[in-house]
Design a protein around this ligand. Structure first.
Ligand code: AMP
Ligand code: GLY
Length: 424
């Protein structure tokens, strides 16, 4: 069969690497892809939100399955677009319809969902411009720190952790009255601050049954020792030692099953991935957020621990028989080190030539923000490459990924050398 992957990051590179190995896969297309995805399939320069362009490609190349990487096309309704189109309606899309994508597209929707289905999450209230005064009063009674979340998608910038009441009130006003994040902050969730260690849990579902994929830990801060600004993710590790069988049983019983059953009870169809961002507080899982897609850079580590045919699982999602599929997960450890552009996550350097990838010894170089410039591979994004390795133990995996990252060079190159070391 012919398969189309939508997206252009490290996550989509890891998907493409895995999908290309499947016995089910004849031709693979990636739209728009990056300089690295051409190793696994054909790039087509179409934006992930250009639904008409995607339609033309799907018909021209006789695509039989579409795997959606990022959240934006899902929240904008790419799956609904397929279902409403006579020529596309029978071509399966892995990724939820607009309603299900609201789990990520609206923080207020996801908080109400969790409350309705008794899923453990931080206490919250939602405010709008009309209830700003109530919000300011509420903040005065809420504990500190307090978390403010723009309701809609805000490119990962819509969450503010405020340490003082003054800061929280100023920010709430900026978000609601001055549209700090545009339409995304026309509603704001004010939430209790949770302490603990974060964990990314991934579930694949056909809307009925589910499979739990390998969990991972993501490192979001730019600086070593988890310091400095937030980024899209500087590395990941899987498995995560504290997420042992007993812990994952709690997650499954208290979070995963109620989530799948909640979607069913609410009549929300859902075929795709659910990424559950958890806070582990003293051994108890609390949901920080849902995403309607896989995580990046977690996917790079997760794909490398799935030993079964991934397309077979995608077909289970598409055809509604996921319960009949098996999943084999490697007991080994996968580690990913993300190499970023100089200046990232602020203004960053671009168009720098990348050299040395041929010196990498025992990792896969997944591309993210890269393009071809003649025969050169150049940097075009903030997150440039994801270096992923699999080893028998965590220490070797962390060492190998870090050593391999240091074999690559471009002007301004930076990566964290401490990914995963907090877990050793
Ligand atoms: P989100 O966009 O919901 O993933 O939030 C971004 C980040 O903010 C999360 O990954 C956490 O590190 C942090 N965060 C969000 N909500 C909370 C919370 N209630 N308590 C503590 N940290 C939080
Ligand atoms: N790694 C976090 C995310 O993909 O949102």
């Amino acid at each position: 069969m012919n398969i189309l992957i939508l997206g252009s990051g490290g996550r989509e590179s890891a998907f493409a690497w895995k999908v290309a190995q499947s016995a089910h896969c004849d031709k693979l297309f990636i739209a728009p892809g990056n300089a690295g995805t051409t190793q696994y399939g054909t790039n087509v320069n179409i934006k992930v939100t250009d639904f008409e362009g995607i339609k033309a490609l799907v018909l021209k190349e006789d695509i039989n399955l579409v795997l959606v990487g990022p959240e934006e096309p899902l929240v904008k309704g790419v799956h609904d677009f397929f279902l409403a189109d006579e020529q596309l309606k029978n071509i399966p899309v892995v990724g939820p319809q607009q309603e299900g994508a609201q789990l990520e597209g609206s923080k207020d929707f996801s908080k109400q969902f969790m409350e309705r289905h008794n899923i453990p999450t931080a206490a919250y209230r939602t405010f709008t411009k009309d209830t700003l005064q109530d919000g300011l009063t509420y903040l005065a009674t809420a504990g500190l720190p307090v978390v403010l979340k723009a309701d809609g998608l805000a490119a990962g910038k819509g969450v503010l952790i405020c340490l003082t009441l003054e800061e929280a009130q100023t920010e709430l006003t900026a978000m609601l009255a001055d549209a700090k994040f545009g339409e995304a902050s026309s509603r704001v969730v004010v939430e209790q601050f949770l302490t603990g260690i974060e964990l990314s849990v991934f579930v694949m579902t056909d809307g009925n049954s589910y499979k739990i994929l390998p969990e991972a830990k993501d490192y979001k801060r730019i600086g070593e020792g988890d310091t400095g600004l937030n980024t899209g993710g500087m590395g990941s590790i899987s498995p995560v030692p504290f997420a042992d069988a007993a812990y994952m049983k709690k997650v499954e019983e208290r979070v995963i099953i109620p989530t799948i059953e909640g979607l069913k009870k609410d009549g929300i169809p859902y075929k795709g991935f659910i990424f559950i961002g958890l806070m582990n507080s003293n051994g108890e899982p609390w949901v920080i957020e849902y995403n309607c897609r896989m995580g990046d850079p977690e996917t790079e580590s997760v794909m490398r621990r799935i030993d079964s045919d991934f397309v077979d699982l995608l077909l289970g999602v598409a055809e509604g028989n996921l319960n009949e599929k098996g999943i084999i997960i490697s007991p080994k450890t996968a580690a990913t080190v993300v190499m970023v552009a100089g200046g990232y996550p602020g203004e960053y350097l671009k168009n720098k030539v990348i050299t040395g990838t041929e010196n990498v010894r025992d990792s896969i170089v997944f591309h993210a923000g890269t393009s071809m410039d003649g025969n050169d591979v150049i940097t075009t994004g903030g997150r440039v490459l994801a270096i992923t390795t699999v080893q028998d133990d965590m220490f070797s995996a962390l060492q190998q990924a870090t050593a391999d990252a240091s074999r690559i060079y471009y002007d301004g190159m930076y990566f964290r050398k401490d990914i995963g070391f907090d877990l050793l």
